[in-house]
Write a protein that binds this ligand. Structure first.
Ligand code: CP
Length: 304
C-alpha cells in the first residue's frame, strides 16, 4: 500500500505516468466514469480549504465513487481531543482512501503510519502540499510541453508557503532549472531548502524586488502571505502588501511567461491581471481535478 506524503514519493518516471493518465482522463471522461464504483474517499480536513477538498471530492465522484468526511476540526471528534492516529484507524473502517489536511507538520505522516488505507497529504502546516505540486507540474507540462530548462521565480511568502517548498523539491530533479526567490528578508525560503539546493549544485538567487527580476522569468509562481501562520498580526500587516503583481509589472515580463498561483489569492495579484493570457492560475484548478483523479486510481491500483 502506498501513501503520498511529499512529491518525492514518486519518481520522475512515475510522475510522467501519472500525468499521462491525467491527460487520458481529461480526453476520455466516459472511459473512467465507473472506475471507482463502490469505492469511498474520506476527506479529513482539519484546516480550511476550497480547491483541494472540493477537487478531491469532484475527482472521486467523477470516477463513480462516493465521498464522506469533515471540513473542519471543530466538526470532528478532534474537538473532543481525539488523536489523528485514532481518527485514521476509525476512518480506515469506513473508506478506501483518505485525503488529509492538518495545521501540524507531519500529522498526515502519523496518520499513514497507523492507517489501513492509502493516505494523501493534502497540506500539512507550513511543510508540504504534494497534490498542489502535482497540479502545478501538470499545468506546466501541459502548457509549456516540458518540465526542464526553466527560470522560475517564486514570489511572496516563501517561508510558510508549503506549495513553494513542495514545488522546489519536485523541480530540483529536472535539468537546468534556475530558481529565483523573491521575498522580504522575513519571508525568505527556509534555510533547509537553500541548503538542499546548494548540496545539489542547483543555481538559485534571492532578491527582494519583483519588478527587476520579472523580465528574466519563464514562470512566475505567486503566493499569498499566510496570515494564519504568523505569530503576531503586526508582522502580517507590515508584510502583507510587500509585492503585488500588476498590469504594469506584467508589461516587463516575457510574452510567454506563465503566471501560476496555488490560490487562494488575497491581493498579491491585481484582478486586472486575470485577463492576461499568461495568467493561468484558474487553469491550474482544472488540471488539479484530473491529476487527483489519476492519483486516486494510482493509489487504489485500479487499471482502466
Ligand atoms: N491551493 C490550495 O490548497 O487551495 P485551498 O486551500 O483552497 O485548498
Amino acid at each position: 500500500m502506498r501513501h503520498l506524503m511529499k512529491p518525492l514519493d514518486f519518481t520522475t518516471e512515475e510522475l510522467d505516468q501519472l500525468f499521462d493518465l491525467a491527460d487520458d482522463i481529461q480526453k476520455n471522461r466516459a472511459k473512467y466514469a465507473h472506475a471507482c464504483d463502490g469505492k469511498i474517499l474520506a476527506t479529513c480536513f482539519y484546516e480550511p480549504s476550497t480547491r483541494t477538498r472540493l477537487s478531491f471530492e469532484s475527482a472521486m465522484l467523477s470516477l463513480g465513487g462516493q465521498v464522506l468526511g469533515f471540513a473542519s476540526a471543530d466538526s470532528s471528534s478532534a474537538a473532543k481531543g481525539e488523536s489523528v492516529a485514532d481518527t485514521i484507524r476509525t476512518v480506515s473502517c469506513f473508506a478506501d482512501i483518505c485525503a488529509m489536511r492538518h495545521p501540524k507538520e507531519g500529522a498526515p505522516m502519523v496518520a499513514a503510519s497507523k492507517s489501513r488505507i492509502p493516505v494523501i497529504n493534502a497540506g500539512d502546516g507550513g511543510h508540504e502540499h504534494p497534490t498542489q505540486t502535482l497540479t502545478d507540474l501538470m499545468t506546466i507540462r501541459s502548457l509549456k510541453g516540458r518540465l526542464d530548462n526553466f527560470t522560475i521565480g517564486f514570489c511572496g511568502d516563501l517561508k510558510f508557503g508549503r506549495t513553494v517548498h513542495s514545488l522546489v523539491h519536485a523541480l530540483m530533479r529536472y535539468d537546468n532549472i534556475h530558481f529565483v526567490f523573491i521575498s522580504p528578508e522575513e519571508l525568505r525560503i527556509p534555510s533547509y531548502v537553500r541548503e538542499e539546493l546548494r548540496e545539489a549544485n542547483i543555481p538559485f538567487e534571492e532578491v527582494i524586488d519583483l519588478e527587476s527580476a520579472i523580465g528574466n522569468l519563464d514562470l512566475l509562481y505567486m503566493t499569498r502571505v499566510q496570515r494564519e501562520r504568523f505569530f503576531n498580526e503586526e508582522d502580517y500587516v507590515r508584510l502583507k502588501d510587500f509585492c503585488i503583481l500588476t498590469k504594469a509589472k506584467m508589461k516587463k515580463a516575457r510574452p510567454d511567461m506563465l503566471v501560476l498561483h496555488p490560490l487562494p489569492r488575497v491581493n498579491e495579484i491585481s484582478v486586472e491581471v486575470d485577463d492576461d493570457p499568461r495568467a493561468v492560475y484558474f487553469d491550474q484548478v482544472q488540471y488539479g481535478r484530473f491529476v487527483r483523479m489519476a492519483l486516486i486510481l494510482t493509489l487504489l491500483e485500479i487499471k482502466v
